[in-house]
Design a protein around this ligand. Structure first.
Ligand code: ZN
Length: 688
């Protein structure tokens, strides 16, 4: 896999948020105080709404542009379901048909349980938990499921590939209920064939070895011509065997796999291009269309260069096969889309950070060998999300840093965004949920976090995205792929450490980014407590930590705890049978972050797989079972949903004949309704 440029995934997902403080920039807070953020709750999930403040500041043309890009974001909806597992579209159509047409009683407890499963399925874009990647199952019996099938009109079920309705019933029931079919989405057990044991639909009928050989050959051939600017091999294809038994790639493009959906995406992108704010924006939208039409990864790179150079437009978007988290081999990208516009006020914060990017790089505690001599254009802004699609919906990141290709980042820089309205919705939804009172060591920590938490956390996300991922350099000949399955966890660890190290720097107060020298402590306390304890609530008892961001937080917190034992930097205190975390020396903790950052940067820069493995396996995977049990028991009475996701707003077009005269925003509150609407409008792909 050498020289395969794979994703520099750059996404933070909120940890279990705690009792955050009041936001200080009160003027940017939504005018309507009665806005209800949380609108639904099921499984381990809470559904929220996000608000589009300053919408009326936008021109009609900008609103139109956002509308077209939003349609493009929704048209790829089926793709992510299919990528997450080859049965997902079949299951999706089946479940949706039942929800729409079941003739039996929909007031029973069983129906409620069934709907719970359906909502979770929609939320995860498939049969596997969006975060843990394990398959989850309905709590209803198979008998009840059969009753649902029997009391729903046969016409409308996806039975094309079955001999009879009875065959279909048997097959679909097995797919949903059997733990033998696709038990995990992403296999992480390196002793196993990662390709054969993962449900993700990037490979079919091939082994891990065959895939690796296939790409090794591609890489070898292109080394001669494209050494400085390698394409992102295999980013947008499925790998299968042809009739002759040869390993081949099938591209996702117009006329290829997913062509029916991609055509629609292109249709709306063309409309968007026609109302672009400026020439630069129009050019990259057209280039993206060209890429979708050809599937050519060279054009994808050209597109990314154009996109990253467009820093003037107020409206922006992400649309494509981008992040490689879901591929056990870290090269196939899932489809995602985000539409947004710049939050002008809050962007002043990130602009300050970007302006000082070189200073941060020069002063970071890593070996000079691994530092960038010249930091290229880190463009950082704060955005208002206007629509979410694909992998980013309903569960969304709160920050994104793109493009992913290392050479583009190095030569042309990257764009980094903090999603302010999403973070704000999280903050509002989770205020006063009782976590702080139950878990924080004392009133002092509670007040610290109340006072500084929201601002300091926002800043940490900015630093992670604007600077963290963009910092450092690889030694010649080293690529991300060398860390294989540990790459994502190591990369996130690195970005988090960079942000943690700097948030405590006096420079933050000097630049006016934090009010005083105490503020960073709020983030430090929350981070360590989350990494050592709180995030365990999201994991089933007996399970390991699997998700990359959770691994990264565990690595940092557990490593610092262990390394700081002698100086008693972080203390575990037992009180009435409960464990509490106390940080005794914040400055010493910062030094530990610095040491680990130097170490992790070295691992990345030298592609040291063994060192990555040791660090991740020793600190980021295993959980103390007693502590795990305790955390879950303490969380239980608080009744907090560990995960959150969002309903999209709806754009209402005001027209005079064919001409759009205004576009207004509505905030629907019915999650099921939105899912069924989307199913009706955007189901473009055939079912296998
Ligand atoms: Zn990240």
């Amino acid at each position: 896999m050498r020289n395969i440029v794979i994703g520099m995934m750059s996404l933070i997902i909120l940890g279990v948020s705690c009792n955050s403080g009041k936001k200080s920039q009160e003027e940017s807070i939504p005018k309507n105080e009665n806005f209800e953020f949380v609108v639904d709750r099921f499984g381990d999930v809470e559904i929220m709404r996000y608000r589009l403040d300053d919408w009326d500041e936008l021109s009609l043309k900008q609103k139109e542009l956002i509308y077209y890009l939003s349609e493009a974001a929704l048209c790829g909806r089926d793709i992510i379901f299919d990528q997450n597992g080859k049965y997902n579209l079949l299951v999706k159509h089946t479940l949706e048909h039942i929800v729409n047409s079941y003739s039996g009683d929909t007031t029973t407890e069983e129906w409620h349980q069934f709907m719970d499963y359906v909502k979770r399925f929609w939320f995860s874009n498939g049969m596997h938990h969006h975060y843990s990647n394990d398959k989850f199952y309905p709590e209803i019996t198979q008998d009840y499921f059969e009753e649902l099938l029997d009391n729903t009109p046969e016409k409308g079920f996806p039975i094309e590939n079955d001999k009879s309705f009875a065959d279909f019933k048997k097959r679909i029931t097995e797919i949903i209920f059997s733990p033998k079919i696709e038990p995990v989405k992403i296999c992480q057990d390196v002793k196993k064939d990662l390709v054969a044991n993962s449900a993700v639909n990037f490979y079919e009928g091939v082994t891990q070895k065959e895939v690796e050989q296939f790409y090794a050959k591609q890489k070898k051939n292109s080394d001669l011509v494209l050494k400085e600017t390698p394409i992102s091999f295999g980013l947008n294809t499925k790998v299968v065997k042809n009739e002759k038994g040869e390993v081949v790639e099938l591209p996702w493009k117009v006329g290829g796999l997913y062509g029916q959906a991609i055509e629609k995406v292109v249709y709306w992108l063309e409309k968007a291009a026609a109302v672009a704010e400026n020439k630069a924006q129009k050019t990259h939208i057209l280039k993206l269309i060209e890429y979708y039409q050809t599937g050519d990864l060279k054009i994808w790179d050209d597109y990314n260069v154009l996109w990253v150079q467009d820093v003037k437009s107020r409206v922006d978007y992400v649309n494509g096969f981008i992040e490689v988290y879901t591929d056990p081999l870290g090269q196939k990208a899932t489809w995602e889309a985000v539409v947004n516009y710049k939050d002008l006020d809050n962007s002043k914060r990130t602009e300050l950070i970007s302006e000082n990017a070189q200073w941060f790089e020069d002063n970071s505690p890593v070996d000079i060998l691994y530092k960038k001599k010249e930091v290229k254009g880190v463009v950082a802004k704060v955005i208002t999300v206007a629509h979410l699609g694909g992998e980013c919906y309903p569960a969304t990141p709160i920050g994104i840093n793109l493009p992913n290709a290392n050479w583009i980042r190095k030569q042309h820089g990257s764009k980094s965004v903090t999603m302010e309205n999403i973070m704000y919705a999280y903050d509002r939804a989770r205020m006063k949920n009782g976590t702080a009172e139950e878990f924080y060591f004392s009133e002092k920590e509670i007040q610290l976090v109340q006072k500084y938490g929201y601002d300091a956390d926002n800043l940490q996300v900015d630093l992670h995205e604007c600077l963290g991922h963009g910092s450092g350099q690889m030694l010649p000949g080293i690529s991300d792929g060398m860390l294989k399955n540990y790459h994502s966890a190591i990369e996130e660890t690195r970005a988090d450490l960079f942000s943690l190290y700097y948030i405590a720097d006096p420079k933050m107060v000097e630049l006016g980014l934090l009010p005083d020298a105490e503020a960073f402590k709020a983030t430090y306390y929350k981070y360590i407590l989350n990494g050592m304890m709180l995030q365990l609530n999201r994991i089933e008892l007996g399970e390991d930590i699997k998700q990359a961001h959770m691994r990264n937080r565990a690595i940092i917190a557990n490593w610092c705890y262990e390394q700081g034992v002698e100086k008693n930097v972080i203390e575990k205190i037992e009180r009435n049978g409960k464990t509490y975390i106390k940080i005794n020396d914040y400055q010493e903790l910062r030094k530990l972050f610095a040491r680990l950052l130097a170490e992790v940067q070295k691992i990345k820069s030298t592609g040291d797989y063994e060192a990555a493995k040791t660090l991740v396996e020793n600190y980021g995977v295993k959980i103390d079972p007693d502590l795990h049990k305790q955390v879950k028991e303490r969380f239980k009475p608080l009744n907090i949903a560990p995960y959150g996701g969002f309903i999209n707003p709806v754009f209402v077009l005001k027209k005079d004949g064919e001409k759009i005269t205004d576009i207004q925003v509505q905030y629907p509150r019915d999650y099921t309704r939105q899912m069924l609407d989307y199913a009706k409008k955007y189901s473009y792909l055939p079912i296998n």
